[in-house]
Design a protein. Structure first.
Length: 455
């Protein structure tokens, strides 16, 4: 309800181009913060992205309608005014196809996963036998019902042709009593859709291959001891005396933030720390004095896949082939490189020109907290945080330090122009890029009705 929302989105088929284009536009910020695109604080003009070859789509979201965002599709936008909106996360079975690649991307960006994708895959594949048995039971009950109907069966009060006692048809869209009963009883493994089991088997096959490579990497680094995890998700998962993990459920790698549900490397000489097998050498202690924690052996995982293949032979084989092909696929089209929107070396001069233009107008122009105060061309907006100038959520130092110096220069120039003092308050001094870059480029927080890039 309220004012419309303006959406911009990039399809998942061009996600590689989008990320390349963003790095081309803002290399300094992404170097300092690899997770910048996930922080909901940065937007780049659609014109800039389209100039680099990225396909983009725009829509106006009106009250009473809804928008579905697909997996691995970046989207962002802003509100056209005050409104109230609600969002919910849901995932149909074919969402599983995107998970393995997203895990690799998150590890490269040192972004923790929201939940354990590996745990989900293992639980779905382990449900194969229950799902197959439930499907056979439903098929048998359906056949029995058909036989009763053909033999003239059917008790009184359940006549199907409009007789006395016929139950009224359910309202359109209303859940059946069977589904309501199952909802009250809770979801069981037999309720898992067959498609989810099949797709999970394909993705788990890829993850097992990746896991085998990672464990081999740990062995080559010198990790010899292999210990099965103990404690479980309801326990502390850590040895009280030594402070060493014995179960790394809900623990992320200290190096790449990868989920450690399936395996990890720990050491008595590094209490409270854990890394993935691929980063065993970076735990600290010599690898020979580390141990590999595993939840399942590779043989157990492969046996689980074999059991799922026995239940759904053709479907699982097809899913495995498709999952491995998808994991090997690489982007075929790259974004056009046009260079950064602003160079660090240009910031002091840009800030001075901005202050001069403000002085020429006879007053100081503010864009409000976290907003944009630009002097022609495109601009990058910073914001003051705890007395420090930060750009697009980047940490102090590097780009932020350069902008802080530019801020001080602009404030001094404004003070000279006004014949008094000028300070940088909560609306930060901004830097304009080259004048030929016409559309505005705003980096802002999610406050003030804005919506950042999401993924």
């Amino acid at each position: 309800m309220g004012a419309p929302k303006i959406w911009y989105s990039c399809p998942s088929s061009a996600v590689g181009m989008f990320e390349d284009a963003m790095r081309d536009c803002l290399p300094h910020l992404l170097d300092e913060d690899p997770q910048l695109l996930h922080r909901l604080i940065t937007m780049v003009s659609p014109n800039e992205l389209r100039a680099r070859g990225v396909p983009l789509y725009r829509l106006v979201h009106h009250p009473g309608s809804f928008v579905i965002t697909f997996p691995n599709a970046y989207h962002g936008g802003f509100n056209a005014g005050f409104n109230v909106a609600e969002a919910v996360n849901f995932a149909p079975p074919d969402w599983l196809r995107h998970g393995t690649k997203v895990l690799s991307k998150y590890a490269a960006q040192r972004k923790p996963a929201t939940f354990s994708y590996d745990a989900l895959l293992v639980q779905l594949v382990a449900a194969a036998r229950c799902v197959a048995d439930a499907a056979r039971a439903r098929a048998c009950s359906g056949a029995d019902a058909a036989d009763d109907s053909g033999n003239g069966g059917g008790g009184s009060g359940e006549q199907r042709g409009g007789g006395i006692g016929e139950a009224p048809p359910p309202l359109a869209g209303a859940p059946s009593s069977e589904w309501l009963r199952r909802w009250d009883d809770g979801v069981t493994l037999s309720d898992v859709p067959q498609e989810a089991v099949v797709l999970a088997a394909g993705e788990l096959s890829v993850r097992v291959a990746q896991e085998a490579d990672a464990r081999s990497s740990a062995a080559r680094a010198g990790v010899v001891a292999e210990v099965r995890m103990s404690g479980g998700p309801d326990a502390e998962g850590m040895c009280a005396e030594r402070g060493v993990y014995t179960d790394t459920c809900d623990v992320d790698c200290d190096v790449c933030a990868a989920d450690l549900w399936m395996s990890s490397v720990v050491s008595n000489e590094a209490p409270g720390r854990a890394v993935c097998p691929a980063h065993a050498a970076q735990l600290g202690p010599p690898p020979a004095r580390c141990m590999l924690l595993i939840r399942n052996s590779l043989c157990e995982l492969r046996a689980m896949l074999a059991a799922a293949r026995d239940c759904f032979p053709c479907a699982v084989d097809t899913a495995v082939d498709a999952a491995h092909a998808h994991a090997r696929a690489q982007p075929t089209v790259e974004a056009t490189k046009l260079g950064p929107l602003v160079e660090l070396s240009d910031l002091p001069g840009i800030a001075q020109r901005a202050a001069a233009r403000v002085a020429a107008r006879g007053g100081r122009r503010s864009a409000g907290a976290g907003g944009v105060a630009a002097s022609g061309g495109s601009c990058m907006a910073g914001r003051m945080a705890g007395g420090r100038t930060c750009v697009a959520g980047s940490p102090p130092g590097g780009v932020a330090a350069a902008v802080a110096r530019a801020t001080a220069t602009a404030a001094a120039a404004a003070a000279d122009a006004f014949g008094g003092s000028a300070t940088s308050d909560d609306s930060s001094v901004t830097a304009a890029s080259a004048a030929h870059r016409a559309p505005a480029v705003a980096a802002s927080s999610t406050g003030g009705g804005g919506r950042g890039v999401n993924h």
